[in-house]
Each structure stands twice: as C-alpha cells, then as structure tokens.
Design a protein around this ligand. Structure first.
Ligand code: FAD
Length: 120
C-alpha cells in the first residue's frame, strides 16, 4: 500500500512528460510534467487522442514507423513536431513503450517525452 502510493507519487512528480494510452492512443493518464510541457490540464486531454498534440508537420512516414514499431511490441524513439495548447510549436523527443499483459498481448502504450526545442 505504502509502496503503491510511492510509485504513484514518483510517476506524478518525475520530470519527464508521461502519458498512458489505450491501443488506439486514447489518453487515459497524464502526469504533472505532461501538463506543464503541453499546457493541457488532465480534464482537457483525458479521452482525447495523442494526435491532438500533432502539429501536422511531422512527416507521415514518421507516424507509420512509430505505429509499425510499437504494434510489433518494440520501443520507438524519435522526434516529432508538437503543438502546445497555446498554439506554439515545440520539438518533442518521444519514447513510446508498449505495455504487455501476461499473455504477451499489448494492453496500453506509455509515452515519455521532453521538449528539446532549446537544444536546436
Ligand atoms: P492518425 O490517423 O492518427 O495516424 C497516422 C497513421 O498512423 C495512420 O495512417 C495509421 O497508419 C497509423 N495508425 C494510427 N493509429 C493506429 C493504430 N491504432 N494502430 C496501428 N496504426 C495506427 N503523435 C504526435 O504527433 N505527438 C505526440 O506527442 C504523440 N504521442 C503519442 C504517444 C503515444 C503513447 C502514442 C501511442 C501515440 C502518440 N502519437 C503522438 C501518435 C498519435 O496517436 C497519432 O498517430 C499521430 O499524431 C498522427 O495523427 P494523425 O491524426 O495525423 O493521423
């Protein structure tokens, strides 16, 4: 019980933007850093698709590669052009890992990203 609340607090407070989605990228959970980086409050974005963050400038091939990789149960890492709630664009260094059940089937995806605009 104590360890459980410690895990929850750790994910809430870790300084990387974390989201958990279903298999179609519908957002089920976001942590505090995700809200800070994207500008959305949980109530704005829970239930929406991650594509809400897309600036639509990221080449389609990047998304094909992303989905091909994660649906094959592998970890994908890359850079996307995202849009903050304010409309401002930022570069996102994103890692997506599939979450598997005991039978080895994908149940969710976990996304972890950082705003790397300043590094360019
Ligand atoms: P979409 O129609 O959503 O996707 C483009 C192509 O991807 C489709 O033509 C299809 O080939 C493929 N595709 C889409 N959904 C599926 C699916 N369920 N299974 C297999 N293939 C599929 N995108 C961002 O732009 N920024 C982010 O920060 C971001 N974070 C993500 C985090 C997680 C955990 C996941 C799972 C996805 C994330 N995505 C993110 C991808 C996002 O869900 C969209 O696929 C993407 O933004 C493109 O959106 P779209 O509306 O242009 O096209």
């Amino acid at each position: 019980e104590l360890l459980y609340s410690l895990f929850v607090e750790a994910v809430e407070q870790v300084p990387i933007a974390i989201s958990i989605t279903d298999k179609k990228a519908k957002i089920l959970y976001v942590n505090e850093e995700f809200c800070r980086v994207t500008g959305y409050r949980p109530e704005d974005i829970l239930g929406e698709n991650e594509s809400l963050l897309s600036d639509k400038r990221t080449p389609r091939e990047v998304y094909y590669d992303l989905w091909r990789t994660i649906s094959a149960k592998k970890v994908w890492r890359g850079t996307l052009c995202n849009r903050h709630r304010s409309g401002e664009r930022y570069l996102s260094d994103l890692t997506i890992a599939p979450m598997l059940n005991e039978a080895g089937a994908i149940t969710h995806y976990i996304g972890m990203h950082r705003d790397i605009t300043q590094s360019y």
